[in-house]
Design a protein around this ligand. Structure first.
Ligand SMILES: Cc1ncc(COP(=O)(O)O)c(C=O)c1O
Length: 426
């Protein structure tokens, strides 16, 4: 079977079976899945307030809105991120301010944070890129020092972007210092995340003094329409079909693999709205936020049962990369992190991608531009100017993300290692 890093990398036969069942339900059946999921999360996040949304960006918008940020106030975020992280900042009419990354970790370079903070800074978003745990404690120390001298309504809050990871227990979160030092944090369960229900998110508030209880506000957030809720199940069924045809040539006697049945299917299903890109140029425009639906909750509960296996598998594949790859391509993660993707820096990206494609492996390109997937000529729309964050830009030009998902077999990983060792130039 092929490995496609960005479509439904978590989904096995049992997930597809469940998705088929859920996509056929022809009435808005009431189910207990939402309550079950809430109970599940309440156990993990203990007595903290939590809110379940349709997407990670919905969670971030809800959190930013709760802070009453004024027009032109600033939100600091790292470059080398997804446009879906930056868009909620624009949606609340605040200004995104970018801090460069550390080339070794792909997380914010905290030594550059202080110089980015101004009297207008209200929030710092700390991202755990690829699941590599960022040093939120250091950010907390800096923020606490500054907040001592600020009026209450001008204080800086820390929001942790945990979209690239998920763990099963509060103990695990604590051991890895995830969700401990921030004022609020949020996860994404989008199609290419650690666990997935096609789209989905939960956000957790540590500091209700700042964010308030938000119960009424949350109650007033609309639910997804029946069709939009079902999209999440249909997407899994559709991609399962596409995946089988992804590498099958339309005309088998033609050498080029540009025209495959799978690629035509993608165009066809995109046109029908059965599958959507997770983020694109339009993401910068506010399109409404929604609560998580019971269909998403059912899909997610099923995935949560498998989380331990999914995370263990990531570590097995990561070890194959670490042991097999030449030293210069190995990634040194922060202790305890479970990576979502394995980043490597190579000069000849295209050659590697082509060689891997021949083995039916599609690797990722997070984040080939500083605010992915916006092209350089579109970055002004998100207040980014070329040259602002040189590390994010130079890494983006040379990065490949190797898969760690459950559909990557040990044999795939060994093939990947040998192709990289053979062809990659640093
Ligand atoms: C780092 C990061 N934060 C936030 C998001 C937004 O997640 P969602 O697609 O669920 O809105 C993404 C999406 O890929 C992401 O990569």
């Amino acid at each position: 079977m092929s490995v496609l890093i960005g479509s439904i990398p978590n989904d096995k036969k049992d997930d597809v079976k469940l998705a088929k069942k859920l996509s056929k339900i022809n009435f808005y059946k009431k189910s207990t899945s939402l309550e079950e999921l809430e109970a599940y999360f309440s156990e993990i996040f203990e007595d903290r307030s939590l809110f379940m949304f349709n997407r990670g960006r919905d969670s971030l918008y809800f959190l930013l809105k709760s802070l009453n940020i004024k027009r032109e106030e600033e939100v600091i975020v790292q470059a080398f991120t997804c446009v879906a992280t930056v868009s909620p900042i624009l949606w609340v009419h605040a200004r995104p301010v970018y801090v460069d990354i550390d080339k070794e970790t792909y997380n914010m370079d905290i030594s550059k944070l202080k110089e980015a903070i101004t009297p207008k800074t209200r929030v710092i978003i700390v991202q755990h890129t690829f699941g590599n745990i960022a040093d939120v404690y250091k950010v907390r120390e800096i923020v606490d020092e500054i907040n001592k001298k600020r009026e209450e309504d001008k204080r800086i809050s820390i929001i942790e972007d945990c979209c690239h990871l998920f763990y099963l227990t509060s103990q695990e979160l604590e051991e890895k210092y995830v969700g401990i030092f921030s004022d609020a944090f949020f996860f994404s369960f989008a199609q290419d995340k650690a666990i997935s229900c096609t789209q989905g998110s939960v956000c957790v508030v540590n500091n209700t003094k700042i964010f308030g209880k938000r119960k009424t506000e949350y109650a007033n957030i609309p639910e997804l329409s029946k069709e939009d809720a079902k999209y999440n199940a249909k997407y899994i069924v559709t991609w399962n079909k596409i995946r089988k045809w992804y590498f099958v040539k339309v005309l088998p006697f033609i050498k080029s693999d540009k025209f495959t049945i799978g690629k035509f299917l993608i165009l066809y299903y995109r046109e029908r709205g059965d599958i959507k890109k997770q983020a694109d140029n339009n993401t910068i425009y506010y399109d409404g936020i929604h609560k998580l639906s019971y269909i998403q909750a059912s899909l997610l509960l099923h995935q949560l049962d498998k989380l331990e296996d999914l995370n263990e598998h990531r570590i097995v594949i990561e070890n194959i990369y670490n042991k097999g790859l030449k030293k210069q391509f190995q990634f040194k993660k922060e202790k305890g992190s479970v990576l979502l993707r394995y980043p490597i820096i190579v000069k000849n990206i295209e050659k590697i991608r082509e060689a891997l494609k021949k083995k039916k492996i599609i690797v990722g390109k997070w984040y080939s531009t500083p605010i992915f997937p916006l092209d350089y000529d579109e970055l002004e729309k998100v207040n980014y100017k070329k040259g602002l964050c040189p590390n994010a830009e130079s890494c983006g030009k040379k990065i490949i993300n190797l898969p760690l998902s459950i559909d990557t077999t040990e044999e795939d990983a060994k093939n990947i290692v040998s192709i990289i060792n053979k062809f990659a130039k640093q």
